[in-house]
Design a protein. Structure first.
Length: 274
């Protein structure tokens, strides 16, 4: 999703004083320390403006959630929305002081674990291994505590196993992931075997992946990938909001879902055991 770069993006993001710089590689095996309570962690990859995960985190206070978004402008929109919805009060005067977020236990985590020093050499080495460009920009990667059980992580996830340890996650959500329609970009799709193997490696036994999209081609590709990896389908529908859908009542809508389903597009949904 291409978004116009927002004016004064850096200054606006800085308003979210709960945000602290991270090295995503150094977070591996340590995400739990960012939350108020030690509870199972669920991750949404590509959360966009965050509506889905915000509702989920409010509905399930006994779970922790990490919402990852690689686009900084979109992350700003997510933070603005969360502040509005939760009525969080960010005082620009407080910006200079780290750790002034009303909910965040992040500064304590930094003090206790000393985990956030950016190791640029390691970040660059990892970037060269995976993609043509550098690892997003390590100095831009940031986490923002939104609720005691929800953090937004502004980072572009290239390799699941570089950022998460074995058994660290309990569930994964992929909503309206970028379709990458050209064959040569298939490995960038978040349901490509390369990613599926990563999700399997970092989730606890019995963990599930839930996937929603309006893009039929991406859905068909994803289901083929699920089958090729022998992932058991627990739930499946080609019309999530269709009449008599068994899933609609339990569904939390994303921004894209609202947009496309209001145009009458069917929404495809599949839940698999990882
Ligand atoms: C099409 S949007 C959908 C947003 C949201 N899930 C929704 O349904 O409204 C996909 C989002 O995923 C983000 N994204 C894609 N790949 C990513 C990655 N590897 N790491 C972090 N964010 C990613 C993009 O920046 C974009 O904002």
């Amino acid at each position: 999703m291409r978004q116009r770069k927002l004016k004064n993006l850096d200054e606006k993001l800085a308003l979210y004083s709960g945000g602290i710089q991270i090295n995503p590689l150094a977070m591996k095996g340590r995400w739990q320390a960012l939350f108020e309570k030690e509870q199972p962690i669920y991750m949404e990859l590509g959360c966009g403006k965050g509506q889905f995960i915000l509702k989920l985190a409010q509905a399930y206070p006994e779970r922790n959630f990490i919402a990852i978004e690689g686009n900084r402008s979109v992350m700003l929109r997510a933070l603005e929305k969360a502040s509005r919805v939760l009525n969080l009060d960010y005082d620009p005067e407080e910006v200079a002081r780290p750790g002034r977020h009303p909910h965040t236990p992040l500064p304590q985590a930094v003090a206790e674990h000393g985990m956030f020093a950016v190791d640029e050499d390691k970040a660059m080495a990892a970037a060269q291994e995976y993609e043509e460009s550098k690892w997003s920009t390590a100095e831009d990667d940031c986490v923002y505590a939104v609720l005691p059980n929800l953090i937004f992580a502004n980072m572009y996830l290239r390799s699941v196993t570089d950022c998460f340890a074995e058994d660290e996650l309990t569930g994964i959500y992929l909503n309206f992931s970028d379709p990458w329609p050209k064959d040569r970009n298939a490995k960038r799709r978040l349901t490509h075997t390369r990613y599926l193997k990563g999700y399997q490696a970092v989730t606890k036994p019995g963990a599930c992946l839930e996937f929603k999209t309006d893009n039929e081609a991406l859905f068909r590709f994803s289901v083929e990938e699920f089958d090729a990896n022998e992932l058991e389908k627990l739930e499946y529908t080609e019309d999530l909001h269709g009449e008599g859908s068994a899933y609609e009542s339990a569904n939390y809508m994303t921004e894209y879902e609202q947009k496309f389903s209001s145009k009458g597009n069917p929404i495809y949904y599949c839940k698999v055991k990882l």
